[in-house]
Design a protein around this ligand. Structure first.
Ligand code: NAD
Ligand code: ZN
Length: 367
């Protein structure tokens, strides 16, 4: 590994307030009542799982005055989806909401963050993809994860794709950070095992990549080490989804998100972004697929990842890059090596020499 580099991140922002513990969702209405002014409604973005299976106990939204919008998380967020949800909120409410609640996984929480920013800043989602482009605080926003791993509850971004430009990039801004989060491990009890593993591994992989990188920050390292230790306890245990494991993974996800505020990912995320842009593979399962090709870069992480998957009996898809055309491999190459910061973090400034086209193709072929 090359010498330690300064991340360049000077002033890190974390979530303002958090509630933690089984049953803490019951505090939500008290928090929201403290924000109510006149007729301003609360707008809820809720993962569609809870439309089909009933709302979580203790949620109790006031449907006579508030607006509930269910989010179809079978697709990751798109810019025009965020714009049309913003329009729907404006059409269906008489004034700006007093609060936005995002209850779900990374998809739903990111949509809540993005709509909150758009409602006060005007314009469209595409205009804010980048760094520090959001100029005003958004609507007061509450994040409530129902699946653990991405850290979307604690980061300063909300990832979305602009299908027209092919750009997959979030609104990276201090204003994107939730004002309040509720970490209630009761909510993750219903997540199917494979999805639980794929999303949970996002926390492990983020921190494993950072720990092996050259850009370092002592606070980021400390958050990341603790998140890794919790992930090991969860995924090397007999039951990754016990109450204790779910509480640990929710904590790891939060800490992993805090770690990312002052660090960078490495090789896995750029390759996973390639799979996402070219083959529409979702973020967390994409990272797991990329781990098939990571032995030479992260030998310890590779061994640990595969022992965790075996321990939990989780199958990782294989052969996603079989039968691709030359043009598709060109696209995969371009959408991977574009991620300069994380690749520099992993391989140094000469990363392009270490990742020529043929090498990148051979790695994708292992997936
Ligand atoms: P998700 O929101 O995409 O949901 C995955 C699946 O889990 C969905 O089918 C959903 O219905 C289901 N689900 C969620 N909670 C459930 C529950 N309690 N019971 C049963 N099913 C449940 O999941 P994710 O993996 O958390 O999020 C992925 C998204 O997060 C991607 O769009 C990715 O780009 C984004 N992301 C954001 C950040 C960030 O910092 N903002 C970081 C990493 C990833
Ligand atoms: Zn990730």
């Amino acid at each position: 590994m090359s010498k330690t580099l300064n991340t360049g991140i000077k002033n890190a922002r974390n979530v303002h307030s958090y509630l933690y513990g089984f049953g803490q969702l019951g505090e939500l209405q008290n928090l929201l009542n403290a924000r109510r002014v006149g007729d301003a409604p609360v707008v809820y973005f809720i993962d569609h799982y809870f439309q089909a299976n009933g709302l979580p106990e203790y949620l109790n939204p006031d449907s006579s005055r508030d607006l509930i919008l269910f989010v179809d998380s079978s697709h990751e967020p798109k810019t025009q989806q965020v714009n049309s949800l913003r329009d729907e909120v404006l059409e269906r409410t008489s004034c700006l909401p007093c609060a936005i609640v995002g209850l779900g996984g990374g998809t739903t929480m990111d949509i809540a963050k993005a709509v909150s920013n758009l409602l006060t800043n005007g314009g469209s989602a595409e205009e804010y993809q980048g760094w520090d482009l959001v100029k005003k605080p958004g609507i007061y926003k509450v994040g409530i994860p129902t699946i653990s791993g991405t850290g979307a509850e604690s980061t300063r971004t909300c990832v979305m794709t602009n299908p027209t430009s092919g750009l997959k990039l979030g609104m990276n801004s201090d204003y994107t950070v939730f004002d309040q989060i509720i970490l209630d491990p009761e909510l993750t009890a219903t997540v199917p095992p494979s999805q639980y593993f794929y999303t949970g591994m996002d926390a492990y992989i983020h921190c494993m990549e950072s720990a092996n990188g050259s850009y370092r920050n002592a606070i980021g390292d400390a958050f990341g080490e603790q998140a890794l230790s919790l992930c090991r306890k969860v995924f090397l245990s007999d039951n990754m989804a016990s109450d204790e494991s779910r509480a640990r993974l929710m904590t790891a996800s939060y800490l992993g998100g805090c770690a990312i505020a002052t660090s960078y990912v490495g090789l896995v995320h750029p390759f996973s972004a390639g799979l996402s842009v070219v083959l529409d593979v979702h973020h967390c399962i994409g990272n797991c697929i990329v781990m098939r090709a990571m032995e030479e870069f992260y030998p310890e992480g590779f061994r640990e990842f595969w022992s965790m998957a075996a321990r939990q009996g989780i199958a990782i898809p294989k052969g996603v890059c079989d039968n691709l055309t030359d043009e598709q491999f060109q696209q995969l190459y371009r959408s991977t090596v574009i991620h300069e910061k994380p690749l520099t973090n992993a391989l140094g400034t000469g990363f392009r020499d270490l990742l020529p086209f043929d090498k990148v193709v051979s790695l994708f072929r292992k997936m």
